[in-house]
Design a protein around this ligand. Sequence first.
Ligand SMILES: C[S@@+](CC[C@H](N)C(=O)[O-])C[C@H]1O[C@@H](n2cnc3c(N)ncnc32)[C@H](O)[C@@H]1O
Length: 377
Amino acid sequence: MPRQHNQQRQQPQREAAAFEVEVIPGLEDIAGQELQRSLGRHMVREPIVREGLLPIRYAGERTALLGLATVLAVYERHHFAIPRPKALLGQSAFDTLLRAIETVRALHPRDAFQTLRISAAGEESSVLVRLREQLANATGLAYVAEEGNLLLRLRRPLDARKEATQGSDPGWEVLIRLSPRPLSARRWRVCNLPGALNASVAHAMALLTQPHADDVVLNLACGSASLLIERLAAASARIAVGCDMDGGALECARANVAASGADGIRLELWDAGALPTPDAWVDAVLADLPFGQLVGSHERNLELYPRILREAARVTVAGGLFAAITQDIRLWERLVADAAADWTLRQLLPIKLPFGGGHLRPRIYVLQRKGLDGHIF
Ligand SMILES: C[S@@+](CC[C@H](N)C(=O)[O-])C[C@H]1O[C@@H](n2cnc3c(N)ncnc32)[C@H](O)[C@@H]1O
């Protein structure tokens, strides 16, 4: 068939808009793979210029961006060819901004957005105070200094230096978050345990175990069940069990599991270092180990980690995968090296977790259980 005829029969292509996908630094590859799987041919990746930010052009439905599970948030990126933020107060730029905000609000029920926040360098300057007052006025949203539902970021383009060296003004960008809360703030988290794992990290770890509907999955030291719930969001499982020594954490886990609607998760008051389960029973093990800071201590880890690693080796089938995250890196890496007869280290992902205004730098380890004769899969 002639090519031209083919093109005539295609749906008219919607123009690609610019978006920025925010992810936990270190998870760019996993998130990039999810973008490719979920958005496919409607999406084109652009070069990454800052860690944790994936710029894309996307011509599909915006609602598809709201279902991404390994990302923190998605922003629509609008470029304004203006020399200073003050120009956003001009009629034409301001109207463009209001239309962009309306596009985002239309993705959600009308009452989903109550508050507005603008994040920018110098956000208390008279121009930005005027801008937020006018936006609050025009949108009917209340301005808040932190955690607004409608979140706008104002900044120079990240690759501005390129334009500046070519002698032209790079302009300004306004990024509008597509959701009233970060996408990593899941609806199922009705019980918020201190030290609980960020859900986008939990989802990424679940994917690293190559989930299959036939798996027996064990979440050691499960706390509020973030890993188990995200594992079942990624794929169903034959059996899914979580264990923790803390009855209060398990209560929290029960509430979250009920809110998630996931079926068949078992939660048990077991010591992760002495499990009452048979040998070679589990296909995939997940663990967000006590980092030894907010949860547990390095001294307790010295006793706990070797027991957990040994017990995981006992219960995991040959070829099975164990995804663990910890910040007690030296201890865990020494133990993994010592356990080379049982495990092959398949992947190591250093990540940067936002914490209290700074960052934690834990690592995700994917281990694969060797066969009885040391066979590597
Ligand atoms: C970092 S928290 C896990 C948080 C969990 N990923 C979440 O999102 O809520 C570590 C958990 O290890 C549990 N824990 C510590 N020692 C344990 C042991 N010997 N057996 C089972 N769980 C243990 C603690 O009770 C705590 O809930």
